[in-house]
Write a protein that binds this ligand. Structure first.
Ligand code: NCD
Length: 346
């Protein structure tokens, strides 16, 4: 399959085939991180810019490790050192970066739509690493990969996403991805954080935690995004945790082989108890490991593979020009071969 998209801005609108392709590619890259020398030459000579206008440790580090394992050069720009603090517009920042000819820009921004704006002004691939409360596609892909690995499938599963749905880009991207892959999604939380209109997105809405996790295959806990809250959504954090903190008791309502995810950073004792977070159903560390593989796959598909396909197409064109009997169409790249080569060549 050929991933035709230039950017990875969200999971909304991606087909099941496209998502499966990204997950399969990520799976094939996992092996690189198990080696003693964790590096393949796939993106040698390419430059990946990590442009972060919001604080982030896990996601930025994960992208940086992913790019380095593909041998790309990485440049990290954070809001405190970027020109945004000096009044430069995002478009000007983008144009200036583009003039330095990066091969991909990974961007996190507090405003929904910022990566889409960048994509209109630069001619390299843009990867959305989280835009406001809108989307966080690589997080949802790593969640999907973790679920698929543990459950052997995604279709037919019931997934409860619990907590601050209102402010969560993780929840939105997961909703799109999970539904496209055939899962049933429940949004669980107080009405202030799970407003009734969310039902229009195709999720089942449940207010009670114990009801919400009943018989589910997967529970995904979300952090209370205090930095995005400018109103009062519950009377106190104490009351919130009394009603919505995932305890051992609540987990018992789910299926016996339930798995528990959290994108991090976790607020222990607020949305998840330590016993559950560190317990036998938790796959939180798998998520972190899978994050690197998913980001390697995203960079490879948008930067490395595209280039391989272009090179292939150019040489085919040369062959066609030289010989009227060239048969393979330019649109049929040998997908498996370059991937295996990329993932195993040292
Ligand atoms: C998430 C994010 O930034 O949206 N975290 C992450 O990507 N590691 C979730 C969160 O901040 O709660």
């Amino acid at each position: 399959m050929l991933f035709e998209r230039r950017h990875l801005l969200g999971l909304e609108g991606l087909s099941a085939e496209e998502i499966t392709f990204l997950l399969d590619t990520a799976e094939s890259f996992k092996e690189v991180s198990e080696r003693e020398i964790k590096k393949v030459p796939t993106l040698r000579g390419r430059t990946v810019v990590n442009l972060f206008f919001e604080s982030s440790t896990r996601t930025r580090t994960s992208f940086e490790i992913a790019a380095k394992r593909l041998s790309a050069d990485t440049v990290n720009l954070t809001a405190s050192v970027s020109s945004a603090t000096k009044g430069e517009t995002l478009t000007d920042t983008a144009r200036n970066l583009a003039a330095m000819r990066p091969d991909a820009i990974v961007v996190r921004h507090p405003s929904a739509g910022a990566p889409h704006l960048l994509a209109r002004h630069v001619d390299c691939p843009i990867i959305n690493a989280g835009d406001g409360a809108h989307e966080h596609p690589t997080q949802a892909l790593l969640d999907l990969l973790t679920i698929r690995e543990r459950k052997g499938r995604i279709a037919g599963l019931t997934v409860a996403i619990v907590g601050d749905l209102l402010h969560s880009r993780v929840a939105r991207s997961n909703l799109y991805g999970l539904r496209t892959m055939g899962a049933h999604v429940r949004f669980v939380g107080p009405t202030t954080l799970v407003p009734p209109y969310f039902a229009e997105l195709g999720a089942e809405l449940v207010n009670d935690l114990h009801e919400g996790v009943r018989d589910v295959d997967v529970i995904m806990m979300l952090r209370i995004q205090r930095e995005r809250m400018n109103g009062r959504y519950f009377s106190s954090l104490d009351e919130y945790s009394r009603l919505y903190c995932l305890s051992v008791d609540a987990v018992k309502k789910a299926k016996e082989d339930v798995i528990i995810l959290h994108p991090g950073p976790m607020n222990r004792g607020v949305e998840i108890s330590s016993t559950v977070a560190d317990g036998p159903y938790s796959v939180i560390m798998d998520q972190v490991t899978n994050g690197v593989a998913v980001r390697m796959a995203s960079l490879y598909v948008l930067v490395g593979r595209r280039r391989e396909v272009e090179v292939e197409e150019t040489s085919e064109q040369t062959v066609r020009e030289g010989s009227a009997s060239a048969t393979r169409p330019a649109s049929a790249p040998s997908a498996a071969m370059p991937l295996r080569r990329a993932a195993t060549a040292e």
